[in-house]
Design a protein around this ligand. Structure first.
Ligand code: SIN
Length: 478
């Protein structure tokens, strides 16, 4: 088993050898697999200074030159995908098949934004007088600081850094303590690709002092965060002091609606994929499954069968495993608590409902609960774990009301072959992302993001690069 002792990447240098260490463990075994330095305020300020010093040079390159460099990072990530995938499985626990998928998904943002960067257009607008011209140009925001989550150790970095760098911004990322090694691997690709020093920086360390340094430094013009609504709220308040630009990709509690006329085989397969991806630990996992009465029993039967026959729990490094551990004990306790509460309130356990918590490794069986009701905690609090509560509904009005009854608004899913019903659902569900007969809509080409308390801004698509650009209006009298 390789041991990954890695250093921070600041200003193009590998630093932090003398700092205290943060151990990185494999959540499938509890074993230490490596370490990173535990940096604080001083190192964060060094990273900001490095990113600030690199900004002029980087932003003055042509979009084409930046694009070429990003494509080199893309090529290196694709060449290194197997190593990157194994690293992700070791520090995050997700099965190799999912890590391989994530390596390609992460790389796809580099390619997409390398291409989008070439198409950052301004515009001209008719002036107000014969001698007046109006021009609007797009300029990079400046130094961007990113705070990223452990559930997608690579893709949640590239989804932010690729548009930022393509736009001409420089970038610092503070990865989570659980999965910092993948971030540092991405830094290696940037170094090998010839991304100039200071343009991409990785600083590992305690959230508090690093985030405070980001928030208090005038040079940091934008904060981009993926994580919980609770932390996002705190960051938004902190960003208010200096009116920093922000993008927030926050929590979700995705409803999934199966209508009477749905293709049940498609609905079952997509609901398994959506619910149990990354052991249920994504912001867009289907968390509340609403099934219309006419197909309720048939759906539950097929769904339970699919879960039992297709998901194999274990250490993700084993090729036959497709369902890994939870990230830590806190996640395990939350899942256990939600299941217990649901069972006490009348839910019926169809499969799963147990787990093992030994030697620092937390496995919870994929779990299906039937007869969920609105008084259960699981129907109101984001689960971030492998539990599928299923509730019956009668009418589409009722399904829409139940689905929208949440402060969250990230992703929603529904299954119907009826174009009128589908159009209505897609328009009335208060969500930033809607999957219609599709449980896995995430892709670099499309804008990802939420409404209500699920966040601000979009990542991916043509919208993703706008988050890193300012519009400047030039009023010209000739
Ligand atoms: C997330 O869970 O935050 C991202 C999931 C995705 O990109 O599909």
């Amino acid at each position: 088993m390789p041991n990954y002792d890695m250093l921070n990447y600041i200003g193009g240098e590998w630093t932090g050898k003398d700092l205290p260490k943060i151990e990185v463990t494999n959540p499938a075994t509890g074993e230490v697999i490596g370490s990173v330095p535990s940096a604080g305020k001083e190192e964060a300020e060094q990273a900001i200074d490095a990113a600030s010093a690199a900004f002029t040079g980087w932003s003055h390159l042509t979009a084409g030159d930046r694009s070429d460099l990003l494509m080199k990072v893309y090529d290196l990530m694709i060449e290194g995908q197997e190593e990157l995938a194994r690293l992700m499985t070791m520090e995050n626990g997700k099965p190799l098949r999912e890590s391989r998928g994530e390596a390609v998904y992460a790389a796809s943002f580099l390619k997409w934004f390398a291409e989008e960067g070439r198409r950052v257009y301004g515009r001209t607008v008719p002036g107000v007088a014969p001698n007046h011209r109006i021009k609007v140009i797009k300029q990079p925001v400046g130094v961007v600081a990113a705070i990223t989550p452990w559930n997608f150790p690579a893709a949640m970095i590239t989804r932010k850094m690729a548009p930022a760098l393509a736009a001409g911004c420089t970038f610092i990322v503070r990865p989570p303590r659980q999965t910092p090694l993948t971030a540092l691997k991405i830094a290696e690709y940037c170094e090998q690709a010839g991304i100039p020093k200071g343009v991409f920086n990785v600083i590992c360390g305690a959230h508090g002092p690093i985030t405070d340094a980001f928030m208090n430094h005038q040079e940091v013009r934008k904060i981009t965060f993926t994580g919980s609504t609770e932390v996002g709220r705190h960051l938004l308040k902190a960003a208010a002091d200096q009116i920093k630009k922000v993008s927030m990709e926050l929590g979700g509690h995705a409803p999934l609606i199966v209508c009477d006329d749905a293709d049940l085989d498609v609905a079952v397969a997509q609901t398994v994929a959506s619910k149990f991806r990354n052991s249920g630990q994504t912001c867009v996992c289907a968390n509340r499954i609403f099934v219309q009465s006419g197909v309720y029993d048939a759906f539950v039967e097929k769904y339970v069968h699919a879960v039992q026959s297709t998901l194999k729990v274990g250490n993700g490094l084993n090729e036959d495993v497709n369902f890994g551990p939870l990230i830590d004990g806190k996640a395990y306790e939350k899942v256990e608590g939600q299941v217990k509460d649901a069972l006490e309130k009348g839910a019926e356990l169809m499969t799963g409902g147990t787990g093992t918590a030994e030697h620092g490794a937390y496995f919870y069986q994929p779990t299906v609960l039937k007869n969920a009701t609105q008084d259960m905690e699981i129907m109101h609090t984001e689960t971030f774990g492998p539990v599928a509560p299923i509730q019956k509904f009668e009418t589409i009005d009722e399904a829409i009301r139940l689905a929208n009854d949440t402060p969250y608004g990230l992703a929603a899913y529904f299954f119907t072959k009826d174009i009128g019903r589908g159009t209505r659902l897609s328009e009335e569900l208060e969500y930033g992302i809607v999957g219609w007969n599709d449980g896995l809509p995430s892709t670099a080409q499309a804008p990802f993001g939420g409404v209500k308390q699920s966040g601000l801004g979009r990542e991916g698509g043509s919208e993703g690069i706008e988050e890193y650009l300012e519009s400047k209006y030039i009023s010209l009298r000739i």
